[in-house]
Ligand binder design. Sequence first.
Ligand code: F3S
Length: 656
Amino acid sequence: MKIEIADKAGFCFGVKRAIDLAIGLAENASEKFGEVLTLGELIHNERAVKALEEKGVFAVNSVEEAAGKPLVIRSHGVPKATLKAARESSPEVIDATCPFVKEIHKIAESVPESGSLIVLGDKNHPEVIGIVGNAKCTAFTAMTFDEVCEVLDTDPPKPVAMVVQTTFDSSVFSEIFQKVKEKYGCVEIHNTICTATVKRQESARELAKRAALMIVVGGRSSSNTRKLAEICERHTKTVFVTSAEEIPQRILEDLQADNSKAVIGITAGASTPADTIKEVHDKMNEEITKINENEEDFASLLEQDQSFNRLYNGKRVKATVVSVSKKEVVVEVGAKQTGYIVREELTNDPSADIEDIVKVGDVIDAVVIKVDDSVGTAALSKKRVDAQLGLEKLEEVKDSGEAVEGKVTQVVKGGVIVIFENTRVFIPASHTGIPRGGKLEELQGKTVKFEIIEVSNERGGRVVGSIRQASRKVRDAERAKFWESIEVGQKFEGEVRSIENYGVFVDIGAVDGLVHTADLTWNRVGHPKDIVKVGDKITVIVKSFDPEKKRVSLSAKDPEDNPWTKFVAEYAKDDVIKATIVSITEFGAFAQIIPGVDGLIHISQISTERVADINTVLKVGDTVDVKIIDIDNEKSRVSLSIRALSEDAPAEDATD
Ligand code: F3S
């Protein structure tokens, strides 16, 4: 024979959370106020209530009774007006309404005043009263499909929403849901039944089917415990006890007489503390030991029964996420205690969204930081495990010299903090890559690559990193790759970095290359600044490069627009054309034939007469008739002549 405790037996998450919050408040506030009050009992269990009283937590029935004292709102929640009144009369109010119930309040509140809300549930149950009291619209309660019809037939739907009490019978709800959907398609139905209740009932049913005896542990006034007993009775012999002392002797005797079935099951209501379940477990274990005349010791039984795996501060556990809210994550740790991880213990990143870090079903590594056996909760930390793992990993990273990525979460004195796998890494200002006097705030929220330059285990671990070092390595690697792959004719989209008299420097990624003034455009250029400005994006082509001297010569001229190609296609030697004087030198004048192609009229080719000073004959802007006397394709040069035109002219008729 062996004992099995049903999964999910005992405190649900919402109740545990409320108890924990109340105890936390009592630890902080009872010295000043003497006691902490709860609006109604947090839990329907005498022993648990007593344990709470010993910790300074007492129940009252109205907000007025709590005036002047810290007050906790229990997991059932309260009407909006009650919460407001409590906040006005109590110095501190902790709203421990179960997050699942809060979700229903939000739905209730979202129905516009012109609409209606139907709450499926017991109208006298505090949770239902709280839901109704959070609606702006008219709210009705119903327990059956007929009652729902009464509401919908007499109050024709405007917008109508329907929610369900968290502990409502799920099979009854399914039936009502189907019928309402068929008959009143416009009703917005929200299934707000709490899965904790459903799962507890399912696991009790499953165990009862296999067990010779089911022991249901819980308070007599607890409706969910009674419901569990009803479920178990349908499948096997069941006893309902509030404590181990109540286990009837005759049941034990019956077991002695017939031990053909091997399993004795235990389940417990949502308000049954873990130690009460444990006592029942212990008592049954004693009896079984007697029956079997077996010396199997209790410790080994406990060992086999994962339900009672002991948690203690500092224990590393694998935890399964069962719910995620904005403030905390609830986890299962294979023990009777429900684990929870508050936001601050989940991550070191204050801007992170919990829902982005974990999701329901994830199995995470965590460490126990506080166990409270009296209420069956265990506070855990994920970030402390992560930090330790992160520290170990960062030590390896430091040794390997590789760069890792993290998010800058904080600007602190002398640098910034980057979070890497929940480990804080300090980057001194001089290693951020931000120039001296620059704003470190520019890095806030950014994901950066950095190297680890120091890891020490002092004061819980100190890690120092360098973004600058990692960037330099990345740059060096990019440069090496650049010099390996560069080719003449390669095209780059670059950015003008600086402008000099002789040209411009263009950033083409790994290096800056030089575009000489003459290579900026096919046209004549006075000064580079007439063509580009710093920051301009331009397309450049590699003309030549020197990997030794790390120099790249670039051209911004597009070969397809080369005016020389156009010139040779359209003009030939001996053509007589018109050209415009664009500059005058000592040895001749340059005349533009087409944009980008100028020809030289040598001083000797200007006139049949000797020309001493060109400026007396030609000036910039003059349009002159010239003859093309030479085309040098290799050097892309054209020679022009005015004189040749006079020589070509027929001799003047002397008789004219
Ligand atoms: Fe909350 Fe579900 Fe318990 S709604 S209070 S976790 S039964």
